[in-house]
Design a protein around this ligand. Structure first.
Ligand code: SAH
Length: 345
């Protein structure tokens, strides 16, 4: 069944039923601007059109099956089930200073198999559709409404590799940007990638105002290959050229997950500085969220701080990321993994 994001199907239905465009605007505003329910949206339509819309268009394509609110901070983890019984997750973050954000998934599982990522252990099942990607944001907005909040920032850092679901992610980003849908400025959207040069170039050309984040994690080819199998296909040298081009639109975010004894030594720091020198980037140092099944360990906080200050001294714009929602396992893929273990003992 078409969803509320299938604009062609909705337009066809609207004109067949003779619904005035301004009523459609009210209908969409009720759903998106006011984060209203389906019933609240339907009453904006003329009476004769309501049943047809209800029978022919679906509002939710994901079923919210679990919500976990963090005790220690301001994160909520949402677990959704797709119509074909797969699980995907999103994390809503309410930082004390800053905008309410959501980290969304773009695929069921992931085909990249990064050694530090729980989602990688699940393997790849399928791409999420445009509606499934967007429904995570719509349902989060509905959840936030009683708190008088709404999603002001969207990051594609949940399950999956967004640039391997290029067509749907591009379409979803377009919806996120436009009124009467989500109406977010490009600077409030970030797409994070393992680093697929051609897709990154296409992304930078199509969405010059949307933030791009590269999960670099090592500037040493042999180390990066061990962490991220995709690095064999797309060597650092090639990636650097893409980075130089993409950063013409503005700073690219470099994600650097710090793993003890793996990518946190002096030679790793030097390699990183050499690799990024001269490129306008923002480096984000990330703590490792441990999960069952991984034998990797995060670099202690003090060393992470030292690594970051050395980068700052070298002139790089650098920040430390603090993990929100650690008590509800809000790192990439963690919770779905927990749940799976409960289902399959
Ligand atoms: N595939 C994309 C987006 C999903 S992962 C990408 O790789 O960028 C989003 C971010 O979460 C990446 O920077 C990834 O390195 C990080 N991440 C994955 N597993 C993690 C873990 N166990 N702890 C902390 N960050 C993790």
């Amino acid at each position: 069944m078409p969803t509320i994001y299938d604009t062609d199907a909705i337009d066809e239905l609207r004109s067949r039923l003779g619904v005035q465009p301004h009523r459609m605007k009210l209908f969409r505003n009720a759903l998106f601007k006011n984060a209203g329910s389906w019933d609240e949206a339907l009453v904006q339509l003329p009476e004769h059109a309501r049943d047809e819309f209800s029978n022919r268009i679906t509002v939710e394509c994901l079923e919210l099956i679990e919500r976990h609110d963090s005790d220690v901070d301001v994160a909520s983890k949402l677990i959704f089930q797709t119509h074909d019984q797969h699980l995907v997750e999103s994390v809503v973050l309410r930082p004390k200073t800053g905008r309410t954000s959501i980290c969304i998934s773009s695929q069921v599982g992931c085909a990249c198999y990064c050694s530090f990522c729980a989602t990688g252990m699940m393997g790849f099942t399928r791409n999420l559709t445009v509606s499934e990607i967007l429904d995570q944001v719509t349902q989060a907005n509905r959840m936030l409404k009683p708190e008088k909040r709404s999603i002001r920032n969207v990051v594609f850092m949940g399950m999956g590799e967004p640039l391997l679901n290029l067509k749907n992610v591009f379409e979803a980003v377009t919806f996120l940007k436009v009124a009467p849908f989500f109406n977010l400025s490009g600077t409030r959207i970030t797409v994070s990638t393992v680093g697929i040069p051609q897709a990154m170039a296409q992304f930078a050309e199509t969405f010059p105002d949307v933030n791009l984040a590269l999960s670099l994690h090592s500037a040493r080819q042999e180390v990066r290959e061990k962490l991220m199998p995709q690095a064999k296909k797309y060597p650092l040298e090639q990636l650097r050229e893409t980075l130089v081009d993409a950063s013409r639109n503005g700073k690219v975010m470099i994600e650097y997950l710090m793993l003890s004894g793996v990518n946190d030594r002096e030679e790793d720091l030097r390699a990183l500085e050499d690799y990024l020198r001269g490129i306008p980037v923002h480096i984000n140092i990330i703590p490792f969220n441990e999960y069952a099944g991984s034998n990797l360990h995060g670099t202690p906080e003090l060393e992470r701080k030292q690594f970051a200050s050395r980068l700052k001294q070298a002139g790089f714009d650098t920040t430390l990321r603090y993990s929100l929602g650690s008590d509800i396992a809000a790192a990439c893929g963690q919770l779905v993994q927990h749940r799976r273990k409960e289902i399959v003992p």
